[in-house]
Design a protein around this ligand. Structure first.
Ligand SMILES: *Cc1c(COP(=O)(O)O)cnc(C)c1O
Length: 304
């Protein structure tokens, strides 16, 4: 049995009314480690366990690290997660709660990642947060489930960080004969590396990342994500941090599920930028989730 759950697919009346079209939600916020990441991470970890790896390593203090920690516990394989000093106590606690070892190293992610890679030996699998075909094949199951449920949709709306979810959804559309269905990508202003690359027609590396949507904070998307931007119909929407936070709080009231601003970015397109959805009648939103979200944090952001 796969490590991820088949998540609910629900019609959202509040989002349909807000955007003036039919909106359906794939509720991956309900995955046990809090986000869609377990789909790809679970598939990758199962693969590595099968070929005899005896330890998993991650350098993500976010949802990818949590998914690796969860997969390791389920597969009884030890996990080490290398994170920088900036990682929140809550994130470290959630990873440790899964039984994984947390090693704090360096001022930024680059240093933590270098230390993680240096610890990899022949028995270890390094699990990348977004750039690995094993991950994309796992993420593609989110589309398999929607197709199996019989829902017809004419656009998919999702958030983009490094582009792993985008790559998986594109693969899922393709393997279900839906490669013409456009993907609407959402990023925040301080993380819009995919939109910048699509606009420039080449892979753009942002000088820096800023804002609250930390899970979208890849300065450069993967080569594969860029290729999808060139070959699959995509439309890029960039929203403000404020709009992403407001979408999170509205979604909490509307659907009683807390998600982080990285996910709020996609919801904000339907709540506040419905003009971007004009061509579509039935939009599928991947509600990607976010494990570190708390109501107190959302309230604090909302107040600033
Ligand atoms: C990882 C993540 C993203 C971005 O996914 P990528 O595969 O890096 O593009 C968006 N939202 C949440 C909640 C995430 O955990």
């Amino acid at each position: 049995m796969a490590l991820h759950l088949e998540t609910p697919l629900i019609e959202s009346l509040p989002l349909s009314l807000a955007s003036g079209r039919s909106v359906w939600l794939k509720m991956d916020a309900l995955q046990p480690p809090g986000s869609f990441k377990i789909r790809g991470v679970g598939a990758a970890c199962e693969h590595h366990a099968r070929i005899g790896k005896r330890r998993f390593v991650s350098s993500s203090g976010g949802n990818a690290g949590m998914a690796v920690a969860y997969a390791g516990r389920r597969l009884s394989i030890p996990v080490s997660v290398y994170v920088p000093e900036t990682t929140t106590e809550r994130a470290k606690a959630l990873i440790r709660q899964e039984g994984a070892e947390v090693i704090v190293h360096g001022a930024g992610w680059d240093e933590a990642n270098a230390r993680a890679l240096a610890s990899v030996d022949a028995d270890t699998a390094f699990i990348h947060p977004f750039d690995d075909p094993l991950l994309w094949a796992g993420h593609a199951t989110v589309i398999d489930e929607v197709v199996k449920a019989g829902l017809a949709f004419d656009a998919v709306l999702l958030s983009v960080g490094g582009g792993g979810l985008l790559s998986g959804v594109a693969e899922g559309l393709k393997r279900n004969g839906l490669r013409d269905i456009p993907i609407i990508t959402a990023e925040t202003e301080g993380t819009a590396s995919f939109a910048a690359s699509v606009k420039a027609g080449r892979l753009v590396e942002l000088p820096a990342i800023s804002g609250v949507a930390t899970s979208l904070g890849a300065r450069k998307v993967s080569d594969r994500a860029f290729e999808i931007g060139q070959s699959h119909p995509v439309e890029c929407v960039v929203v403000s941090d404020r709009a992403a936070i407001e979408a999170c709080t509205r979604f909490l009231d509307d659907h009683r599920v807390a998600v982080e601003p990285a996910c709020g970015a996609a919801l904000a397109v339907a709540y506040a930028h419905a003009d971007q959805l004009q061509r579509f009648e039935r939009v599928l939103i991947i509600v990607c989730g976010g494990a570190t979200t708390t109501v107190a944090q959302l309230q604090a952001w909302q107040a600033t």
